[in-house]
Design a protein around this ligand. Structure first.
Ligand code: 26W
Length: 818
């Protein structure tokens, strides 16, 4: 009997060819001669998987044998991007696979293009989770990423008459070669019902009598480390109707009802909520959250831990990292497991629970802090609500002991809020329960301590810490920018992919004319590559010599895409009104990428405006060759990988104090774009590192924003005082971009003039000044390229490997297992 996993196929072109053909014949059931590209893609993916399989099985087996601590990353989102290239790279198979397929008469690029990326996330938070699991695998940290296998990921965005339309993202339709279902490891997850007390040998205990349940079936995905032979696991749960559920209705003779029941259960993992930062309090969303967290905790306790494990030692074996508040229902769930199911005393269980969780907050917007109505939570999870109340009672006693009977303070700190309706404040629950609470950039962590969670920070200063975000250099430099990677490797050697601080070595070349020339040639080649990508999908191009100015991120008022549009409209107006001679204008292509939450009306107006301005500007011969606006639809990880290496200018223009960190800002700087940005989020740290000379700072600081609010902000004052601003706004209001129809953008204009929560008008003047500095700087290409090189050289800090080291030192205290 073979006890060890079957070894990987030989790492040679021959070995790869043989395995590929086997997969094509035996798994896809086709001959090479009759196969289509999708068969070939699936067989290729299967082959890469085969190479990684033995390591994966070993690492999983080791996970339950070892005594070391596992990081369980709990995240409702993983925005993974395409898998094929990443996995080829990790397994050192890129060249072998390319050559092997060529021998079969196949161009691997044709197959690459077929992969549909798993878009199981909205934006920053989901992509961060994907970067983190990549780094943890590369650093040999035992990790399980837990999440949801949504059948439909983030919607596909299309434009109709310049307006966003959403289409379902059926990412599984051509097969899913990267994951493995494990129905034998399914968990039953319960909902509803009531609680009751009972006598357990003279001890009164509580138990939950649920009303309905679903099966959570795990699908495992490989998370290969880079060149270290390690393969961690991403375990995503899919909801399936339980047999009992099904049979009961089926036996009663109502077949249609039984199918309805099935549909109801399976809805739980049907679709990713496309809301980014504005929670809707929908029941299905709470079902999703409890579903995946309960399944994950049960999985870890029952399947990952060895039989008979002493649960008082749980904190030595696991840390559950809460990626924002979405998994926080895991706190009362672990308490329920320990107290109700394992018979532990409350205080002992609470001491364990507090050590097993840590919480990362990713926002500062008050409206993004999740709350669940007590009604809803009590209906869906009655036992959990009782547990939350008990946690709160004990916590408020502690507050009284510490700060006295200050009823205002008690009301402010209570996990239960009373207005506008009785609700559970999930961020407070996470803060009370977590061993640590972290923000995602220095400024953000400071604002959490000073504002959002200030009373908690007063009570437990040592709980609060910062871990500045990071991005994986494998995907966002090595894979996305192969030419720059080659240049760096030729200059510094290969070690930078796992030790990004080595990029510092490039500083010495910033003044080397030959290196500069090569660097500039890479940027130009990346622009042409992007231009070809855009030509193929949309028929648009980027002209040579244009400064490529990019703003790629979710559409949100606080991120201020409107400020960017006002700049474009103003630049356009300056030319067509004859105030600036066209030949004096630095040619620029403005490129946007952004999806809006489907229910976010103002964000959709902004999308419409960007497209409308683009249509007019791009068709106007007076600015031809000078100004161009591109807005490719359906911005996603795959498109980001083409845009980021080509960018010259990175727009990071949120209102100070609103963007928790940003991670696109890091990816762009790392690829040699210069940032124009406010003092917000991680921009602050980027500017400190790259230096003021290589960063275009503008706008109010966070304290200045606060001061302006306090004195009373009147956006119309800025409109009246700044002629360029007035002209830009008037042009939009007059219908210049809506065929003369003044009503189209009226909601947007009146919002800017009379509300402008995110103070775009207040920062407009300073923004335009900064853009003038950009033009002047770009005119001196030598100096610009030097700055771009220094941006790359000084961005090593923003590797997610560094972020993981910070989490390990400050929060997790786990160690590598080789
Ligand atoms: C629907 C409720 C909801 C609430 C908040 C959905 C999603 C959120 C997230 C916290 C929003 C988010 O993605 N935040 C971003 O997280 C990134 C990673 O830390 C940061 O870089 C961004 O600044 C932050 O906006």
């Amino acid at each position: 009997l073979a006890l060890a996993p079957v070894a990987a196929p030989p790492a040679s072109v021959d070995g790869f060819v043989r395995r590929f053909l086997q997969n094509l014949n035996f798994d896809q059931g086709v001959a090479l001669s009759t196969s289509d590209d999708n068969d070939r893609y699936l067989a290729l993916a299967g082959t890469v998987r085969d190479y990684l399989m033995a390591r994966w099985l070993d690492d999983q087996a080791q996970q339950s044998r070892q005594q070391s601590k596992t990081v369980c990353y709990l995240s409702a989102e993983y925005l993974l991007g395409r898998q094929l290239d990443n996995n080829l790279l990790a397994a050192r198979l890129t060249e072998i696979a390319t050559e092997a397929l060529a021998q079969c008469g196949i161009d691997i690029d044709d197959l690459r293009a077929l992969e549909i990326e798993p878009g199981l996330g909205n934006g920053g938070l989901g992509r961060l989770a994907a970067c983190f699991i990549d780094s943890l695998a590369t650093m040999s940290i035992p990790t399980i990423g837990y999440g949801i296998r949504y059948e439909y990921g983030i919607f596909r965005q299309a434009f109709a008459d310049g307006q966003q339309v959403e289409q379902p993202d059926a990412w599984l339709r051509l097969g899913s070669p990267w994951d493995f279902p494990h129905p034998e490891a399914a968990q039953t997850i319960s909902f509803g019902g009531r609680t009751e007390t009972y006598d357990d040998d003279g001890v009164e205990r509580t138990r939950w009598v649920p009303e309905w349940n679903v099966l959570a079936v795990p699908y495992n995905m490989m998370v290969p480390g880079y060149h270290n032979g390690r393969v961690n696991t991403l375990r995503l749960w899919r909801a399936v109707a339980t047999n009992a559920f099904d049979l009961h209705t089926f036996n009663s003779g109502d077949y249609v009802a039984s199918v309805r029941a099935q549909t109801f259960a399976e809805n739980i993992s049907k679709v990713l909520y496309p809301e980014d930062s504005t929670p809707q309090g929908k029941e299905l969303r709470l079902q999703q959250q409890y579903f995946f967290v309960a399944a994950s905790i049960a999985d870890f306790v029952e399947h990952v831990l060895p039989d008979g494990f002493d649960l008082t030692k749980l904190p030595e074996r696991v840390i559950f990292q809460l990626n924002d508040t979405h998994p926080v229902i895991g706190v009362p769930e672990l308490m329920r497991v320990l107290v109700d199911e394992k018979g532990m005393e409350w205080d002992a269980a609470w001491a364990i629970t507090q050590k097993c969780f840590a919480y990362t907050c990713h926002t500062l917007l008050p409206e993004a802090l999740e709350v669940w109505s007590v009604d809803l939570l009590g209906r869906l999870l009655p036992r959990h609500l009782e547990i939350i109340y008990r946690i709160n009672d004990a916590f408020l006693l502690e507050v009284r002991e510490r700060f006295g009977d200050d009823e205002m303070l008690i009301r402010d700190m209570s996990i239960i809020g009373e207005h506008p309706f009785r609700s559970v404040r999930m961020a407070y629950l996470a803060t009370v329960a977590g061993s640590k609470v972290n923000g995602v950039a220095e400024l953000h962590s400071q604002l959490l301590r000073d504002n959002v969670l200030k009373d908690f920070a007063r009570m437990w200063p040592e709980k609060f810490t910062n871990v500045t975000n990071g991005v994986t250099p494998r995907r966002f430099l090595r894979l996305a920018n192969p030419e720059l990677s080659t240049l760096i490797t030729e200059t510094l050697g290969a070690g930078w992919t796992v030790d990004l601080e080595r990029l510092r070595g490039l500083e010495a070349y910033a003044d080397d004319p030959e290196f500069r020339e090569r660097f500039a040639a890479v940027k130009a080649a990346n622009k042409r590559r992007l231009s070809r990508v855009l030509a193929a999908r949309d028929g648009t191009t980027i002209d040579d010599g244009h400064l490529l100015d990019v703003m790629i991120k979710r559409l949100h008022e606080y991120k201020r895409q409107t400020l960017k549009v006002l700049h474009i409209v103003s630049a356009y107006d300056e030319i067509v009104s004859g105030r600036v001679p066209v030949e004096k204008v630095q040619p620029r292509t403005f490129l946007f990428g952004a999806k809006a939450a489907p229910g976010y009306a103002m964000a959709k107006h902004i999308i419409h405006l960007i497209n409308a301005v683009g249509e007019v500007v791009n068709a106007d011969p007076r600015v031809e060759g000078r100004l161009k606006v591109l807005y490719p639809s359906n911005y996603n990880v795959t498109l980001a990988e083409s845009i980021i290496p080509a960018a010259d200018l990175s727009e990071q223009i949120s209102l100070a104090g609103k963007e928790a960190s940003g991670t696109g800002n890091m990816k762009l700087a790392l690829n040699g774009a210069l940032t124009i940005g406010t003092d917000d989020g991680a921009n602050v740290e980027i500017r400190q590192l790259v230096g003021d000379d290589n960063f275009f700072l503008f706008g109010m600081s966070e304290p200045e924003v606060e001061a302006l609010w306090a004195e009373g902000y009147r956006p119309a004052d800025f409109y009246h005082e700044d002629e360029r601003l007035r002209r830009a706004i008037d042009l939009i209001a007059a219908g210049a971009f809506s065929g003369g129809d003044r009503s189209v953008f009226e909601p947007l204009i009146s919002n800017l003039l009379y509300d402008d929560r995110f103070m775009a008008l207040a920062d407009f003047g300073s923004y335009l000044d900064a853009q003038e500095r950009v033009d002047a700087a770009y005119a001196d290409q030598d100096a610009w390229v030097r700055s771009a090189i220094l941006n790359v050289a000084r961005s090593g800090f923003f590797s997610s490997d560094r972020a993981m080291r910070d989490y390990l030192d400050r929060i997790w205290h786990a160690t590598p297992v080789h």
